[in-house]
Design a protein around this ligand. Structure first.
Ligand SMILES: [Zn+2]
Length: 484
């Protein structure tokens, strides 16, 4: 996957320091370690046997390390291994990632109550099962197997994990049989594999990226149609990070966006910026024309939106200056249009409102830049413009919300209706009024934090935008079937 190669390429810079084994295995020939068995388990099927790869101690370590690499610092709760070779990978990876391990088995093998799925294999049909309590609601999960062929087992497994409420942060496997189309079926997820076979022709991706220099890789992997939208919140009125900057006035069926739209490029990627409250910061949260802003992005063919939002912290461990890469919201707004579909009914799914692929990239990049960031968090969006009462703040804390702001809803909802991947980066400026500090709110202090946040977010955006390299995502598909 492009995501993986780019990520790997960037990691390579740090790898010598962080991973001593790396140099030793730079020329690991995975293909040579995999035994190919013609006509097994039936005539006409070429079987890719990874047991020989696992038996080689250097190759096995290499494979486990490489499969774990995209998930370092991602706080994975569980690695799900698929029967049977997937178990070997899952347990090794879970140990390395500090996660638990759970198994998906063929029918009839698990002793406790199970949930199950039927699927079609490359050469048979079958049923797989999982214990019904194997994954807890909202656990952070990766799914692992040795090989993806038609993708039936993997698709069935993702369905089981999601039925139990798990959040799939990635799918990893070693051998991708591209010509059987399985990886396409799961391309909405963050997919990472090590070697791909296309009709007997071998493309060893691990070799490819190690031999490519970074600029060439960026050129070839950033697809032309990718266009990034930035919605800049409070404190980002003067965002000046684009090359070849132009400003244009856009109108939409819902009226004008908050301000002139700025277009330009960051490292050769096309970028569009809209300042949410206008350059003059004179549009209050209730009056932002969210529909016009998102419509303008859609009109300009934006595929991904990164939004920034200044916020108050509702948790002790989210300190002023910290970033929270949101994954949930609670809506306490009252006056805002939340849909483009006037006169029709659009039940857009909202269980996972933000784009987990963007979230992953943003979080990883923040880590690389040593910006203090929390990989998930629930925003409570209030109508404003007033701040909360102490009673409200305590209530929101009792709901387990992490931060409080005034703009995430309906922006994220409209982006999903428009089929655009959307991720909000919340930047804490202060503790909301719940915290008994004895000090009164110091406006100078808040302004100072906002300025520091603006500097950090600029760095983060410049660094993360060239890494965005996927166009297929679940976010694009939810609108299909939502309108009745
Ligand atoms: Zn997405």
């Amino acid at each position: 996957m492009f995501f993986y190669t780019t990520y790997k390429q960037l990691q390579k810079v740090f790898s010598v320091i962080k991973f001593g084994y790396k140099n030793k295995n730079e020329n690991m020939d995975i293909d040579a370690k995999i035994r190919k068995i013609p006509n097994w388990p039936k005539e006409g099927v070429l079987f890719y046997d990874v047991t020989t790869l696992f038996e080689d101690k250097e190759a096995f370590h290499y494979v486990v390390d490489e499969l774990c690499r995209p998930y370092e610092n991602m706080q994975i709760d569980k690695v799900v291994g698929i029967d049977a070779r997937g178990f070997l990978l899952a347990s090794s990876m879970a140990y390395k990632l500090g996660a638990g391990v759970t198994i998906v088995r063929k029918k009839g093998k698990l002793p406790h109550k199970t949930i199950s799925r039927n699927y079609i294999l490359e050469y048979a049909s079958a049923t797989i099962e999982m214990h019904e309590d194997a994954i807890k609601n909202r656990e952070r999960v990766i799914v692992v197997d040795d090989l993806v062929a038609t993708g039936g087992t993997m698709t069935a497994t993702t369905e089981l994990v999601e039925q139990l409420g798990g959040i799939i942060l990635g799918i990893s496997w070693i051998v991708d049989l591209q010509f059987l189309g399985g990886s396409k079926k799961i391309s909405g997820y963050n997919c990472n594999y090590l070697i791909s076979y296309d009709n007997e022709e071998v493309e060893d991706k691990t070799q490819k990226y190690l031999n490519t220099d970074q600029s060439a890789l960026t050129e070839t992997t950033v697809s032309k149609q990718i266009k990034i939208g930035i919605i800049g919140g409070s404190g980002l009125e003067n965002l000046n990070i684009l090359e070849n900057k132009k400003q244009e006035k856009i109108n939409t069926p819902f009226g004008a966006p908050s301000d002139l739209v700025t277009t330009g490029r960051i490292s050769n990627v096309e970028v569009v910026i809209i300042t949410r409250h206008s350059r003059h910061h004179n549009i209050k949260p209730s009056d932002v024309n969210y529909r016009a802003n998102i419509w303008a992005m859609k009109e300009l063919d934006v595929t991904h939106i990164l939004a920034t939002t200044a916020c108050g912290s509702l948790k002790e461990d989210i300190k002023p200056g910290d970033f929270v890469i949101l994954d949930q919201f609670i809506d306490r707004t009252t006056k805002r249009a939340q849909t483009f579909y006037e006169g029709r009914v659009c039940h857009i799914p909202m269980a996972e409102p933000f784009c987990y692929k963007l979230r992953t990239l943003v979080y990883q990049t923040a880590q690389e830049l040593e910006i203090t960031a929390h990989p998930q968090g629930t925003a409570i969006t209030i109508e404003g413009p007033r701040f909360s009462t102490k009673a409200e703040s305590d209530l929101f804390r009792s709901w387990n919300a992490d931060i409080i702001n005034m703009t995430t809803v309906p922006e994220v909802v409209l982006a999903r209706e428009a089929g655009i991947c959307y991720q909000a980066i919340a930047m804490a400026t202060d503790y909301d009024c719940w915290r008994e500090t004895g000090d009164s709110v110091d406006i100078q202090q808040i302004l100072k934090v906002m300025k520091q946040n603006a500097n950090k977010i600029e760095k983060l955006l410049i660094e993360v935008i060239p890494k965005i390299n996927f166009t297929e995502c679940k976010c694009n598909k939810d609108i299909e079937g939502a309108v009745i």
